[in-house]
Design a protein around this ligand. Structure first.
Ligand SMILES: Cc1cc2nc3c(=O)[nH]c(=O)nc-3n(C[C@H](O)[C@H](O)[C@H](O)COP(=O)(O)OP(=O)(O)OC[C@H]3O[C@@H](n4cnc5c(N)ncnc54)[C@H](O)[C@@H]3O)c2cc1C
Length: 311
């Protein structure tokens, strides 16, 4: 039986977790900088690691009954968490949703918490092609679906067959690909959904061919994006027909710094954390970039990273 006291929105609650049947791990006052690739962010009040779908439904229902907001977290590789942290319950699927099952017709069913890189390597070993583009994307399947993650001309939408999810009232949903709209770094799946599983349709191909493609994509990243400081990937979306990094560089902003945040010297569409950056430093840089690129290039950049939490 678990029981815990926790402060949410400055009120102390006795969570009586046993009453909600939650079996997974739960952490309190969790520094999000330890969980995000940017290494930035204040504390989350609660982080829950459901063990399975029933556990997920329990914690969602429990949060709803108490009026706690929830935020679904993949691996935090596309996030800027604000300095005052995240109120309510952060649901982390990295422990309970890691099952991979190989189905008929070159289809694989993948838990939302599985890392893309792990899956690419497993597919390579089975001679299943279609995911090689994702070799350098450090997030989970759940995050990849929500973001329609992509690289080198391919996107996750190209292999998605079906997505399973649970909504914030605990109801299960299944979305066939024909009912989902994907666009550049966007998926039409409703915001109140926790993605639990995705079915991907791959293509049987020679292992060597896949290996060559994986190597090619790894090499391309090494030459263009060898960034060894904490970051959250591309900060801005590429405007139609243009490259955000090139616009930022041409606006004379490469290397510019605010506090501990700097526009990367290697790739101008990356902001790096020099060690002690705050979310405010990054937001200040973002607005400087947007203003300068708009003034000098007439293009309004749209952020790709998701900003979450409290000001
Ligand atoms: C070095 C580096 C390189 C990168 N390169 C690329 C690249 O080439 N292409 C690219 O597209 N991206 C790239 N990214 C960005 C990032 O890795 C992707 O957007 C990735 O898909 C995010 O996955 P995540 O699991 O980390 O999601 P998170 O960052 O944790 O979350 C992103 C969004 O998805 C939501 N979410 C996550 N999981 C679920 C779920 N199970 N159910 C519902 N909502 C969920 C979150 O609430 C949030 O809104 C890069 C990032 C880094 C740091």
């Amino acid at each position: 039986m678990q029981d815990a006291r926790c402060k949410i929105k400055n009120k102390t609650y006795n969570l009586q977790l046993a009453t909600c049947n939650f079996k997974g791990r739960m952490l309190f006052d969790v520094p999000m900088k330890d969980y995000t690739s940017f290494k930035i962010g204040g504390n989350a009040e609660v982080m829950a690691f459901p063990k399975n779908e029933n556990d997920l439904i329990s914690i969602i229902g429990f949060a709803a009954s108490k009026g706690f907001p929830i935020f679904v977290f993949g691996r935090g590789t596309n996030l800027l968490v604000m300095d005052n942290g995240i109120k309510g319950v952060v649901i982390n699927l990295s422990e309970g949703f890691k099952k991979i099952s190989w189905e008929e017709n070159d289809t694989v069913a993948v838990g939302a918490g599985v890392m893309l890189v792990e899956l690419v390597n497993l597919c390579k070993d089975r001679g299943l092609s279609g995911l090689e583009f994702a070799i350098g994307i450090p997030g989970t399947i759940g995050g990849a679906v929500v973001m329609n993650a992509g690289a080198y001309g391919s996107e996750i939408k190209d292999v998605i067959e079906r997505v399973e999810a649970v909504d914030i009232s605990g109801k299960k949903h299944s979305f066939d690909k024909s009912t989902l709209n994907f666009s550049y770094r966007k998926c039409s799946i409703p915001e109140n959904m926790v993605i639990t599983k995705a079915y991907l349709k791959l293509k049987k191909t020679g292992m060597e061919e896949i290996q060559d493609r994986v190597k090619e994509f790894k090499d391309r990243r090494k030459t263009t994006r060898a960034i060894n400081m904490p970051n959250a990937g591309s900060i801005f979306k590429n405007p139609h027909g243009l490259l955000a990094g090139k616009l930022i560089e041409e606006a004379g902003l490469k290397g510019i710094r605010v506090g501990g945040a700097q526009i990367s010297e290697i790739h101008a569409n990356y902001i790096v954390n020099l060690g002690n950056a705050t979310a405010m430093d990054v937001l200040t840089l973002l607005s400087m970039i947007r203003d300068r690129v708009f003034k000098t290039k007439g293009v309004l950049l749209e952020t790709e990273i998701q900003v979450v939490g409290e000001d």
